[in-house]
Ligand binder design. Structure first.
Ligand code: B12
Length: 360
């Protein structure tokens, strides 16, 4: 059995939804795109692969010996389930993050790395790593095709996959690219609630709610209502994608819903224990609390007013500001009384502006 066949057999046995092999040559067109977006600002200040476009599009700058990239796609939608009922006071987590779905992907990649190392080759697992643009590797390896949402779509699973690679110095035979595209379908483009897909295949991260949910600091007022009940990630362009419908049918309900008041009353330790697999800048759970306040404003349940009023006295001004917005969104006499009392004690001008706006 060839090494390529052994790798694919092991990957399929581990349950992957897609498998392919690509050469480790640089990705000059992706580098140009990263640089273009950085120059125009549509990377929204994100670091990751944007930090050093040369490095993230040329594996050999970080792994000098790289010859081939073994890429797999992991379908997580069965395990994630579909979000349960949007009950008042509940928040929503995108399916890719309902639990640590990267864990089985990393395990499968670890199996492949072990096979390569047993054959005396170097092997390094890269997932969500700044040294590689995962989607570019997946498209080159024929694992899927670039959809108009900018997601890589995989047969049978559609966009509902996470991607990861093993880089090796073995010169493996490459897989043929997939001869498929979205054709005339444009379902994802109008499905984005904030118009972030500005051209087929091009996402403006400044408008993407998934980006705002993980950005530090203040969520711009214009995006807070659009956040709806989301507290992490956004699936709207994926939900609209026909190649993913069959995979969604297999998912059962109940995944990704949580009680916002519980998030708002949990300690840092509790939040990190439960949501440690989220990307939270600086591992600061206040980003999650901020999102929960916005979600509470958009989807209040019993106890919502009291919880938001309590946050008007929080040490972190960003949380006080979002609590004010949430109370303004809830409207009514009780939130108003909380805001008036908050304004009387508040001396941070950034929060006062928010309280005054909420009172109008
Ligand atoms: C930064 C980042 C983000 C940023 C997005 C920034 C951006 N636009 O690049 C934010 C935080 C917003 C984000 C959101 C999400 N992300 Co993200 N993210 C990344 C990360 C770390 C880097 C991505 C990157 O380098 N982008 C660079 C740009 C240049 O790539 P691109 O947008 O794909 O651009 C290509 C297309 O535009 C294409 N193209 C250009 N013109 C045209 C024209 C046509 C017609 C077509 C079809 C294509 C096309 O060419 C470009 C490259 O040259 C990767 C992990 C990694 N290390 O790769 C994960 C990754 C891309 N994210 C992932 C996921 C799951 C998500 C979310 C679905 C999570 C969620 N549910 O909320 C959303 C999806 C949003 C979306 N529609 O893309 C997965 C995607 C898996 C897949 N099947 O594609 C990845 C690969 C992580 C992983 N290991 O699985 N993410």
């Amino acid at each position: 059995m060839t090494l390529e066949t052994r790798l694919e057999t092991a990957a399929r046995a581990a349950g992957v939804a897609g498998f392919g092999i690509a050469g480790a040559e640089p990705f000059p067109e992706v580098r140009r795109e990263l640089e273009r977006r950085k120059a125009e600002g549509s990377h929204a200040g994100l670091t990751f692969t944007y930090n050093d476009p040369e490095r993230s599009t040329d594996l050999r700058t970080s792994l000098r010996w790289a010859q081939s990239v073994v890429v797999v796609a992991w379908s997580y939608v069965d395990a994630a389930g579909s979000p349960g009922q949007a009950t008042p006071g509940s928040g929503r987590v995108a399916r890719f993050a309902t639990e640590d779905h990267y864990r089985p992907l990393r395990r499968a990649l670890g199996d492949l790395a072990a096979i390569l190392r047993d054959a005396a080759w170097n092997a390094e697992v890269l997932v969500d790593d700044n040294r590689l643009v995962d989607r570019a590797a997946a498209v080159r390896a024929g694992v899927g095709w670039w959809g108009k949402s900018s997601m890589v779509l995989v047969p049978a699973a559609g966009p509902w996959v996470l991607l990861g690679s093993v880089v090796t110095d073995a010169a493996l035979a490459a897989t043929a690219p997939m001869r498929r595209d979205c054709g005339t379908c444009t379902a994802c483009i109008p499905a984005c609630p904030t118009g972030a897909i500005v051209a087929p295949g091009v996402l403006d991260a400044r408008r993407c709610l998934a980006r705002w949910a993980q950005a530090p600091g203040v969520i711009p007022v214009d995006y807070r209502e659009a956040m709806g009940d989301r507290i992490y990630g956004c699936d709207d362009c994926l939900d609209a994608c026909p190649p993913g419908f069959r995979a969604l049918d297999r998912a059962d309900g109940g995944g990704g819903r949580l009680d916002l008041l519980r998030v708002l009353s949990a300690s840092d330790e509790e939040l990190l224990a439960e949501f440690g697999h989220f990307y939270l800048p600086g591992r600061r759970p206040d980003v999650l609390r901020r999102n929960a306040l916005v979600a509470l404003g958009n989807n209040p349940g019993p106890g919502a007013v009291a919880a938001a009023v309590r946050y008007l006295t929080h040490d972190n001004w960003v949380l006080r500001a979002h609590a004010a917005w949430a109370l303004g969104a809830m409207a009514g006499a009780e939130p108003r009384a909380g805001l008036v009392a908050g304004l009387a004690r508040e001396d941070d001008p950034r929060v006062r502006v928010e309280i005054e706006a909420a009172l109008r």
